[in-house]
Structure formats: C-alpha cells, structure tokens
Design a protein around this ligand. Structure first.
Ligand code: KIV
Ligand code: ZN
Length: 515
C-alpha cells in the first residue's frame, strides 16, 4: 500500500519510534554486536519505522561506533541517539549521529520527586535549569531535539508543566512522556497526556510522544490511550523487549491501529508485510525467544486447535480470526533450495529474506549453503536465515571451532576433544570429560580459555522439520557480573551447542576486553 493511500482526510499519522537497539538492548542478556546492530537497523528501515533510536553512545566506544555506522549507512528513518542531560553525553551522541540523513538527539533527566530526591539528589529548580541548558546545548548541534522527563508518569503536574514549557522554549521539537516504571493505567495516563496538551504553553508546536514500560502488562494499552489524548509519536520495541518487563510492542501497536481503524482514525507508514521477519530477526539475534502465545507474532497467534474453532475457520475465517497472517508477512512464499539450486537461486532467496550482503559475504554464505545442502536435502528459507545469522554473530571472533570430537554412550565416560583457532591463527587443543558430551565440550573450551564461564540456560530447537533439520541452540552464559546469550546452528546438535557457546564466549570476551 502506498503512503498516500494510507492517509485519508480524517486520519492523522502516528510516528513509530523504535527503541529496540537502545531500550530493547537493555534486556538482560540481549547484547548485540556491531554487525548484528547494523542488520537490525537495516531491517527496521525496511519495516518503515520513522525513527530508529540506535543506542546510547556515551556508554562505550563500541556503542558509539555501532551508532555511527547506523547513522552513516541506514537511510530513510531519522536516526536518534540517547544522552543524559550533560555535555559529555550530548557530545558523544552528536559525534555518533552527525552524518545521518536526519539526525535526532534525545536528552533525558529525572522529573519525579522520587528520582530527583533519591537518585539525582538535586533541587528540582537546579535540575530544571540543567534540562534547559542541555536542550540548548543539543540544539546548537542538531535541529531535532527530543526531551524526556524521566518517570514523568509519577511527576507532579505543576513541576512537569513548567519543565516542559522551559525545554520547548529552549528548542525541543519532541516532548516524550515516559512511564518509566510501567506504573500508569490507561485512563490515568491518557488523562495526563490530555492535561499536558491542554495546559503546557507551546505544546502545540511540538510532537507529543509516549514511552511506556510493561511492568503491569499495560504498555500497549497505555500507548493507545495516549494516542486518543493527543500523542502522535509512540516509542516501542520489536517483540516488546526492553528494560525489565519490556516496552510497548511495536507490532501490537501497529496492528491494533490497523485492525481497529474504526476506533483509531490514524495511520502509520509501517510496511506491515515486514513485521514477521523483523520479529524473527530480533528474536534470533538477541537470543530472546518470542513466547508462543505472544500477540501478533507468537507461533500460536494464528493457530487454531479446538475442533469447534477449526470448524468455524473452515466455514468462514472471520469466525475466529481477526488478523490475517498475510498482513504481517507470516505466510511469505516458501521456496525450498537443494544442492542443485544454482548460485542465482540462493542469492535471490537471500534478497527475498531482506539481507543486503556484499559480494564476498554472498560468496561466503553460498559456500556455507553448499555445505549444508550436502548434509540436508532441502534447505528452507529459515535454514538460510539461520546460516546468515550464525555467520553475522561470528564476525571477528576471538575463538573459532577448528575440530571437535566427542564420545558418549551408556557405558563410556563422556569426553570431548576440542581444537580452537585463536584470532592470531594459533591452534589450541584440549580434552575434557563431563556429565555428557556437551558438558565435556564446554569443559574443554573453559580449559582452553582459562575462564570459568557458567552456563545459565540452554535451549535447543529445530529450525525446520524432519530428521535432517538444522538444530539451533541458544545458551545464556554468565561471567563475572555479565550475562550474555549465544547462538549456533548445525545439523549436528553437539556442534550447534559448541558454536552457541563460542558465540557467547566471543561476545563476552569483546565486552570484557579479554585477550
Ligand atoms: O524508560 C525511560 O524513561 C527511558 C527514557 C530514557 C526515555 O528509557
Ligand atoms: Zn525506557
């Protein structure tokens, strides 16, 4: 559907601000590497979000580098970077996004009594002045400045209104009202947005945005209520991931606006057909599975198991189905490839899956495809996608698997021989025993690295169906105070387990700066 068709005389645009790469990445264990962040950002652009909050550049040099790459390379959406209301943060954020087609600086500072008194320990008037100075400073770099009074849903009206008036006067173009702790309920939150719209001088010159957390499971409801009361930008994340219980789920907001258009006379510029693919990409790269009963993108969202429901669906889909899976790209044509499929067919399928790879990456993936097609008769789009994601998260690894042999059985002691190749090309081999072949392999890896890494979670799924399906393993590793997810795929589940462990280990080592 074209943009002009979506807009009608009666409808207004809702801007979708995606914070999957910032608030979403704050989900425990959901760290993404440079390549993974870029891949998610490219897919968000294909999805048609209006604004990508690419990260929090002051948090680390690696974060700044990834945000800068997104700003330089991803065209279409506004690229936004987050900063606390201090010059150093704003300098780093601007440094990261200054080359974006449409840059935005997002500045925040606590505004509720509890944040000001206990976290910031400063007088509200001093903080108000700090907010104004920060917005002015951001504005001297960038015409588009968003201001967020953190914990606004628990702030006092009188203070909040004065603060908002002051930051608007200082140049803010978007005023974001966060329900930082997910405390608000819809009627109350909607009424707060209405009071802001009715009382804050200058509010008609800026966009009102909301940013709802899901601690009470109300993030989407609160966002929709805010729209009814004047919000025109919604901050949301793919699959609803985010700090603690997460943020409002982008796909739920977009689909609710579309399906209940009679209730919400608004439109978005989302390409609905990209929703399902984006959800899967984010889930695979972050290692955060989508619950099967998750609205819109869960595996069961379109499944009907009761006989009565199935009978109704066969007679008329509308009896039990309000969303057609086709709308979100859930029934994309499945072409299966074999070892005889030429390079062209593979490249074509990769393009359909939305991956923009350069010539040498395409060649690398094609060789991986050939290896897989030797082991597995039919290669489905999901298999190909898993290969690429594996390849991406293996970029610049400290350790690569060179050789693996395990022994197990009802009467033998499980053991593993592992040889890893380090990034300086040296080879290191170790033998270990364990409670099973996977445990033995993990013990051998720990011997090689000399690190005692804890395995917190282990999960295995089949990517497609059949006895020769690719096995996909996800692990959660713990080292010192960090937790990280790793992912690996192979037709051999022990190899997939080792790859997942190495994937997580390499991420941990990069984050901890280990050698
Ligand atoms: O939840 C929150 O308040 C935030 C702000 C930085 C917008 O994430
Ligand atoms: Zn947040």
């Amino acid at each position: 559907m074209t943009k002009s068709k979506k807009k009608t005389d009666r409808s207004e645009k809702i801007y979708l601000f995606d914070s999957t790469l910032r608030d979403g990445e704050q989900t425990p264990g959901a760290r993404l590497n440079y390549e993974e962040k870029l891949e998610v950002a490219r897919q968000l652009a294909r999805l048609g979000v209006d604004i990508i909050e690419a990260g929090f550049p002051i948090s680390s040099p690696g974060e700044l580098k990834a945000v800068r790459a997104i700003a330089d390379q991803v065209k279409g959406p506004t690229i936004c970077a987050l900063a606390r209301a201090v010059q150093g943060d704003i300098d780093a954020a601007w440094e990261a996004i200054k080359n974006a087609e449409r840059p935005r600086l997002h500045v925040f500072l606590g505004a509720s009594d509890i944040h000001m008194e206990h976290k910031l320990k400063k007088d509200p008037e001093v903080l108000l002045e700090q907010a104004v100075e920060a917005v002015k400073y951001a504005k001297h770099y960038c015409p588009d400045v968003e201001y967020s009074p953190e914990d606004a849903s628990r702030a006092r009206d009188a203070y909040l209104f004065r603060l908002l008036e002051a930051v608007i006067k200082a140049g803010a173009t978007v005023i974001n009202i966060p329900d930082t702790v997910g405390y608000a309920v819809p009627e109350e939150f909607g009424a707060q947005i209405k009071r802001i719209k009715d009382n804050v001088v200058g509010i008609d010159k800026v966009i009102i945005s909301v940013h709802c957390h899901n601690d009470l499971g109300l993030a989407v409801a609160n966002s929709l209520e805010a729209i009814k009361n004047g919000a025109r930008q919604i901050e949301c994340n793919i699959n609803g991931i985010g700090e603690r219980a997460g943020n409002a789920a982008l796909e739920e907001i977009a689909v609710a606006l579309r399906i209940r258009g009679n209730h919400f006379p608004y439109f978005t510029d989302i390409n609905y057909g990209e929703i399902y693919r984006t959800s899967r990409l984010v889930s695979k790269l972050t290692g955060i599975s989508v619950p099967v009963n998750k609205a819109v993108v869960g595996l069961n969202a379109f499944a009907h198991s009761s006989g009565i429901h199935q009978d109704g669906i066969l007679k008329n889909k509308e009896t039990y189905e309000i969303i057609d899976a086709e709308l979100i790209g859930g029934k994309a044509a499945q072409m299966c490839l074999t070892a005889r499929s030429g390079r062209h067919a593979v490249i074509d399928q990769l393009k359909k899956l939305g991956f923009s790879l350069n010539r040498s990456e395409l060649e690398g993936i094609y060789q991986l495809f050939l290896n897989l097609a030797d082991r597995k008769k039919e290669v489905y789009p999901e298999d190909l996608e898993a290969l690429i994601l594996d390849h991406l998260s293996y970029a610049e690894p400290r350790y690569k698997l060179d050789y693996l042999q395990t022994v197990s059985g009802s009467t033998s002691i499980p053991s593993a021989v592992i040889r890893l190749k380090k990034d300086d090309d040296s080879l290191i081999e170790e033998v270990a025993i364990g409670s099973g072949p996977i445990d033995a392999a993990y013990n051998a890896i720990n011997k090689i690295t000399g690190l005692s890494i804890g395995l917190e979670k282990y999960k295995i799924d089949a990517v497609t169906q059949g006895r020769d399906a690719l096995g996909e393993v996800q692990v959660e590793l713990a080292y010192q105070d960090r937790k990280i997810t790793g992912r690996g795929t192979s037709t051999d589940i022990i190899e997939a387990s080792v790859k997942a462990y190495l994937n997580g280990l390499n991420k941990l080592m990069r984050l901890n700066g280990c050698t």
